[in-house]
Write a new protein. Structure first.
Lengths: 265, 123
């Protein structure tokens, strides 16, 4: 009998995903990134950022870029100054992708289920699915770059640990960015995210980004989310409902008047 | 004749402007604040940003329509805003960060009704 139990325990140890009967943490509620956009809430790496909001001219952070990608970032920073750095989702319809979804205004829900965790952002709206049923990433020939990539994870106690790869990168297309300062990563990016509830009102995500094309060493970014009052509702975002700030062919974000014609001079 | 705009260079370094949720706010000059006194023509309570159309009477006596952009209705609703917050015909003074190119639009900072009530940042 002991051998049978030992065998079962040994078998279970090879399947670190959430299992029937496993106790999962309670992440219910509505959450948001503290602060505002102008104060830097949607700057991806707030720890290394210069003062100001994402999109304010000259504001930047310091990913451990190699020389080639630092030069690309500087080009983007100059475009931001000239209002010529297009945000892919300003025209409505493009997902934020991963890891940008961790860096949005408005609110979040983190849905923990035995076989998946869903990160749902009101802004967009966007959803990232993290498979925790024991599966692995698809084989290279069975995957292709997408905005959110492919995320698989497991639970280490109350901490969700997941890896994400197969994302769209600046080397293959310009449809995905990390924030409006112009930070970008390559399609070779592989991230490992550790998420846990620090206390009743705080969830923390530590995102370690490895990118052999763009970075000289792993880039570790910590994001926090605070709980909103109980009963807070989440609404439609409907970006295309009345978008008076489309991006034109030159990358300039326009400001439309009530009749739909640009006010810009 | 009522003056419509009064440029105030921002003295409130820590003033928190309304967030721009879905696009860059680089078209607005965050280093400047102007006041617009006028009447509400329309309040667009829609995603991704609310817009307030304000009819502003100029020093020359002509009336010009200004577009005041705010955050999205979802986050504003969680700060107490409602679709009825601004009603057509109401007289208010708005403080906005103006467009860098001088166009008749600005980014909402705060507003004050003629009866003294305020909303947003108003110090």
């Amino acid at each position: 009998m002991r051998r049978v139990i030992a065998g079962i325990l040994l078998t279970l140890s090879f399947f670190p995903a959430a299992l029937p009967g496993q106790s999962l943490p309670d992440w219910t509620g509505v959450w948001r990134v503290p602060g505002t956009v102008p104060t830097g809430a949607t700057i991806f790496d707030q720890a290394t950022a210069t003062r100001g909001g994402a999109g304010a001219p000259g504001v930047r952070q310091y990913p451990p870029y190699n020389a080639e990608w630092e030069a690309l970032y500087k080009e983007n920073i100059e475009k931001v100054k000239q209002n010529r750095f297009p945000d892919p989702f300003t025209n409505c319809g493009m997902p934020a992708g991963y890891p940008r979804i961790m860096n949005l205004p408005d609110v979040y829900e983190f849905v923990v289920r035995p076989e998946q965790v869903w990160i749902i952002s009101e802004n967009g709206p966007n959803i990232v699915r993290i498979y925790t049923d024991g599966r692995d990433h698809p084989a290279p020939e069975d995957r292709w770059p997408t905005f959110s990539g492919d995320s698989v994870g497991h639970w280490e106690g109350d901490t969700l640990v997941f890896t994400t790869l197969s994302v769209k990168g600046w080397d293959t297309d310009h449809d995905s960015i990390l924030d409006r300062t112009g930070v970008v990563i390559s399609s070779a990016m592989r991230s490992t995210t550790r998420m846990r509830k620090v206390d009743d009102n705080t969830i923390e995500a530590q995102i370690t980004i490895e990118d052999p094309k763009a970075l000289t060493k792993p880039w570790v970014v910590t994001r926090r989310y605070m709980r909103l009052p109980k009963g807070t509702r989440v609404y439609d975002y409907a970006c295309a409902e009345n978008n008076r700030n489309p991006v034109d062919e030159s990358g300039r974000t326009l400001t439309l008047g009530p009749d739909g014609t640009p006010l810009d001079k | 004749m009522r003056s419509l705009t009064k440029v105030i260079f921002v003295a409130f370094i820590f003033m928190i402007a309304q967030a721009q949720a879905h696009h860059s706010s680089v078209m607005f000059d965050d280093s400047k604040t102007i006041e617009l006194s006028g009447t509400v023509k329309e309040f667009q309570w829609k995603n991704p940003h609310i817009w307030i159309q304000v009819m502003v009477k100029g020093a020359d006596g002509t009336t010009k329509e200004w577009s005041v952009e705010g955050n999205g209705p979802n986050s504003l609703s969680r700060n107490g805003w409602r679709p009825t917050t601004f009603k057509p015909g109401e007289a208010l003074t708005f403080r906005v960060h103006p467009m860098r190119d001088g166009s008749a639009a600005g980014n909402f900072i705060g507003a004050k009704w003629s009866d003294g009530r305020t909303i947003g940042e108003w110090q």
